[in-house]
Design a protein around this ligand. Structure first.
Ligand code: PSU
Ligand code: MN
Length: 306
């Protein structure tokens, strides 16, 4: 077997599946520690792993624990990350070397999950929402490292679009610049996380997991660097009222400005604020869309292995 990175631990079940050419789906851990409150975060993370299994793939929840890059963690480790919550450092690409050197823990963002998944040989990853270009980025320059990671690391990311806490138009422009195809699953319109509509178009609509797997395999075979973004609209029955959720997001952004929230705190602050303002309604939607993405990612990973 090929020598893997000396800082990487691939869980035995994940290693076996990869060696046997069976489907594996990577899952992130910032959503556990920073994206949802306890205990819903742990319940959701475990339920997502089960959905991946029920759809024929092996889940690999990704995190940094004691300085080890982990592709696949245990139920106890998921519980630990969920309970520790905001006390776990949110680890994006730039945080990885220092956390590893100091043997610390880190909750993996989309960028870091892609990075570790790629090291382990995992090609498909499911999450809720990705980071993007923040509103006002023309002066703050706040652009998530997730977007550059999509531009350089070969992992397909299934998400429910991006939250309207971001500037969706600029996020699409940035992805185009980085050469990242944005696919809509059974939709021409970019979904906006809580809602199925955003007013923006995706690059390509693809209607089956097999078509998505074919496009992704082709990108890999062409040797084009970087990933692919699949946007999967939240199921109709769980989607939120557009006007209502946008008002809540505007209020959350206004409060973050008043409080001078900056840098890596911005996304977790806005996520928690929106949950608080909606009195938990947005959390239910959030959980359902992650389930929906896990299922699609497992189906795509299955098609990739045929
Ligand atoms: N958007 C969400 N939920 C999340 C995140 C983003 O709707 O949990 C998390 C993801 O882990 C993502 C990270 O990778 O926030 C982006 O943070 P930043 O904008 O600081 O790069
Ligand atoms: Mn940022």
């Amino acid at each position: 077997m090929e020598q893997l990175n000396k800082y990487l631990d691939v869980a035995p079940e994940v290693q076996e599946a990869l060696a046997a050419g069976k489907p594996v789906v990577a899952l992130e851990s910032t959503i556990i520690s920073h994206g949802m409150p306890y205990p819903q975060n742990v319940e959701t993370a475990l339920a997502v792993e089960k959905i991946v299994r029920d759809n024929g793939a092996v889940p690999a929840t990704i995190a940094i624990l004691g300085g080890r890059l982990k592709a696949g963690i245990s139920v106890e480790e998921i519980d630990y990350l969920g309970k520790k919550g905001l006390d776990v450092i949110k680890a994006s690409r730039r945080d990885v070397p220092v956390l590893v050197a100091k043997k610390e823990d880190g909750a993996a963002t989309v960028a870091t999950t892609m990075l570790i998944a790629a090291m382990a040989g995992i090609k498909v990853f499911a999450t809720g929402g990705i980071g993007g270009v923040h509103r006002g980025a023309e002066t703050t320059m706040d652009i998530s490292a997730d977007l550059d990671e999509l531009g350089m690391t070969p992992v397909l990311v299934v998400c429910a679009g991006a939250k309207a806490i971001l500037d969706l138009g600029l996020t699409l422009e940035y992805l185009e610049t980085r050469g990242v195809p944005v696919i809509g699953y059974q939709t021409e319109e970019l979904p906006a996380f809580y809602t199925r509509k955003s007013g923006f178009k995706v690059d390509y609509r693809l209607d089956t997991p097999a078509e998505i797997a074919a496009a992704w395999s082709t990108k890999l075979e062409l040797g084009l660097k970087g990933g692919m973004l699949v946007t999967n609209p939240i199921p109709e029955e769980y989607s939120m009222d557009c006007e209502y959720i946008n008002k809540c997001i505007d209020d959350a952004i206004a409060e973050s400005k008043e409080k001078g929230i900056k840098g890596k705190e911005t996304t977790p602050f806005l996520l928690a604020k929106v949950t608080e303002i909606t009195g938990g309604d947005s959390l239910d939607a959030n959980i359902q869309l992650v389930f929906n993405n896990a299922k699609l990612a497992a189906q795509i990973a299955g098609e990739m292995c045929k």
